[in-house]
Write a protein that binds this ligand. Structure first.
Ligand SMILES: NC(=O)c1ccc[n+]([C@@H]2O[C@H](COP(=O)([O-])OP(=O)(O)OC[C@H]3O[C@@H](n4cnc5c(N)ncnc54)[C@H](OP(=O)(O)O)[C@@H]3O)[C@@H](O)[C@H]2O)c1
Length: 160
């Protein structure tokens, strides 16, 4: 195997296109592909599941990003991704006290959603009663904590 070509374990949709329902685990499969660690040399043109992730840059053709940088944003569910939409990425300043996983939770989209929804939309006052629906979820569990920190009385509801 060429030194610049490595195995790439990927989670792909096996049978999901055009289904009008939430994806299930049985719609997905793990496939071992190959990828060239060189940018930008095209992509494996099949459907790889995309989601928010944290990644280390291996190679870059973008002047704003260099090898070794840590980024968060849309990546594939795979070991190596060719990033085609760099404008959706945020550069992470590594900090030993902040686990990288926080950048897909508290410091990522769920955290921004909770923060904006609670502070910007709800505009709460200390002592307010706050009802959090979907309170066990990624966003709801943060809203509950923000509301407690803000001095509110918090009630949460969850599905199960
Ligand atoms: N995550 C994000 O970054 C993000 C960004 C923008 C908008 N949103 C929106 O924010 C909402 C929550 O997202 P999430 O990521 O926090 O979802 P999530 O992690 O999947 O959590 C969903 C929560 O909803 C609860 N739930 C389901 N059915 C319910 C019901 N009938 N009554 C009360 N609770 C119920 C579930 O409880 P059980 O686990 O007990 O079933 C679970 O705690 C969604 O509408 C999503 O589209 C999320």
């Amino acid at each position: 195997m060429d030194m610049a070509v490595v195995e790439n374990k990927q989670v792909i949709f096996r049978d999901y296109i055009d289904k009008e329902r939430v994806p299930r685990e049985t719609d997905m499969e793990i496939r071992i592909g190959e990828i060239k660690l060189k940018a930008p040399k095209g992509s494996g043109l099949f459907l790889v599941i995309e989601g928010f992730g944290v990644a280390k840059v291996v190679d870059s053709d973008n002047p704003n990003v260099k090898p070794g940088d840590m980024i968060s944003g849309f990546t594939g569910w795979e070991e190596y991704s060719l990033i085609k939409r760099p404008e959706q990425l945020t550069k992470i300043e590594p900090d030993d006290e902040i686990p990288l996983s926080y950048h897909v939770g508290l410091l990522g989209m769920p955290g921004f959603t909770a923060y904006a929804g609670f502070y910007e939309v709800c505009n709460p006052k200390k002592g307010d009663y706050v009802l959090v629906s979907a309170a066990a979820g990624a966003v709801g569990q943060l809203v509950g904590q923000l509301a407690k920190l803000h001095g509110c009385y918090v009630v949460g509801s969850a599905g199960s």
